[in-house]
Design a protein around this ligand. Structure first.
Ligand SMILES: C[S@@+](CC[C@H](N)C(=O)[O-])C[C@H]1O[C@@H](n2cnc3c(N)ncnc32)[C@H](O)[C@@H]1O
Length: 205
């Protein structure tokens, strides 16, 4: 897997997907936001998702890197189930939905280690609401590590905004990694090793 770091949340989501493959992945449509190297999306494509749209900031190098990882993923026999696209959070998702055979949204969204960008939370909430398929099984996996632990409450504020927007929020996991990602960083070491996992879904009437 080339380029850019693989952050904690992407690794933990990849395992979570493997553990819940029938519920979350098999024959599902998947959209990943801020994907970096795109590991969770590749895992979904390998494990039988019907379509995976893997996105990052619309920068040519980032998207070419995602494409490189798709092209060089030996475990992926057919590349046609996964497509890399540039996507800025909060923008219209119409171009992303055009990859789906039906126009009613995605079964699974993946947000791995992207809550650090507090100023973009409202846009992320808007995208989650717009992109989720309106059925009770569709959900967004929002996993993150507070790499700046003193800003944990700001990270968590994403979930307050999500609730305010009418979404349901459930904490599903807390996992302590063996090592911190950035040894020289400051702040509580245990928090900097912890991945918090949440599922966010549309509330059913
Ligand atoms: C910390 S990295 C996480 C990468 C990957 N999800 C992982 O867990 O390994 C954050 C990612 O968010 C992307 N990003 C930041 N702001 C963005 C925005 N406004 N729109 C789209 N992507 C953005 C960055 O390009 C980067 O790939």
């Amino acid at each position: 897997m080339k380029g850019h770091l693989l952050w904690n949340a992407a690794q933990v989501i990849a395992i979570y997907l493997e553990d819940n493959v029938d519920d979350l992945v098999k024959s599902k449509t998947v959209l990943e936001l801020g994907a970096g190297a795109g590991l969770p999306s590749l895992v979904c494509a390998v494990l039988g998702a019907s379509k995976v749209v893997v996105t990052d900031y619309p920068d040519i190098d980032l998207i070419q890197n995602l494409q490189y990882n798709i092209d060089h993923c030996d475990a992926l026999s057919s590349k046609s189930s996964i497509v890399a696209e540039g996507f800025l959070w909060g923008n219209s998702i119409a171009p992303l939905r055009s990859h789906l055979s039906s126009d009613d949204g995605f079964d699974l969204l993946i947000l791995a280690d992207i809550l650090f960008n507090h100023s973009e939370h409202a846009k992320l909430v808007r995208t989650v609401k717009e992109a989720l398929k309106p059925n009770s099984n569709a959900r967004a996996l929002v996993f993150f590590t507070p790499y700046r632990p003193w800003l944990l409450q700001n990270d968590l504020n994403f979930f307050n905004l999500a609730k305010d927007a009418g979404l349901a929020v459930e904490k599903v996991l807390e996992r302590v990694m063996d090592k911190v990602m950035f040894e020289k960083d400051r702040g509580d070491e245990l928090l900097r090793r912890t991945v918090f996992g949440y599922e966010v879904s549309l509330k059913q009437e």
